[in-house]
Design a protein around this ligand. Structure first.
Ligand code: ZN
Length: 221
């Protein structure tokens, strides 16, 4: 048991500083006392998450640089890739920090980043970079981030499954850009559509039960 001189209270558990005033505690007895709070294990390894994110970022930047040096000879693509990487980090950081309703925040994030880039493009005189590059990149990297996060953080399937579906559906929106010919290069849009389709198929194959249960639950409410 330890004692805080400032607050004049005894503190159970293995605290080294006072939980109230943060002053160092004075040891009163060597008898170990049980911690009054249950230990809540962290269900994910932060270092591991950050390491995976960093490796993916470095790998993507290297691949983009190699492709540009070999085929394009201009540094334009790197800006677009950075946009995607920033979205991926934002999404994973949201998941790590906020444990509740994180999937919902991600869907909001995808929508707001996309609208922001479209507005920015519009203000700059519309060269279609947002519909060609930014929106598909945000969708692609947000889906990758969501997938990494749900595998590592292990949040409940029911909590995120509908939002994962939402994110996958948003990833199909570039199909509209293709249809109306709002793109100068069709590749990013097709990548986003492809990845979203794979995500939708995988979700329906492996989590059909959860999806139907969640949908039913929300219909009732
Ligand atoms: Zn104290």
């Amino acid at each position: 048991m330890n004692y805080c001189q400032e607050c004049q209270v005894s503190v159970n558990g293995e605290w080294l500083s006072c939980p109230l005033c943060h002053q160092p505690l004075e040891k009163v007895s060597d008898m170990p006392t049980p911690n009054p709070y249950p230990d809540i294990p962290l269900r994910f390894n932060k270092q591991q998450v950050l390491r995976i994110l960093t490796s993916i970022s470095i790998a993507t930047i290297s691949i983009a640089l190699i492709i540009e040096l070999l085929f394009l000879r201009s540094p334009r693509g790197l800006n677009i890739i950075s946009f995607g990487i920033v979205s991926m980090w934002l999404v994973v950081l949201i998941i790590i920090r906020k444990r509740r309703n994180i999937a919902k925040s991600i869907v909001y994030l995808i929508i707001s980043l996309s609208l922001l880039s479209i507005y920015w493009d519009y203000v700059e005189g519309w060269s279609a970079w947002s519909t060609t590059h930014a929106v598909p990149m945000i969708c692609i990297f947000a889906l990758i981030a969501m997938y990494i996060a749900v595998r590592l953080v292990k949040i409940e399937v029911g909590d995120y499954i509908l939002y994962l579906l939402c994110a996958a559906l948003i990833g199909l929106i570039p199909a509209i850009f293709l249809f109306f010919n709002w793109v100068t290069d069709p590749v990013p849009a097709w990548l986003s559509i492809g990845l979203s389709t794979i995500m939708l198929i995988v979700t329906f194959i492996f989590y059909r039960g959860e999806v139907l249960r969640e949908l039913k639950k929300r219909m009732m409410v």
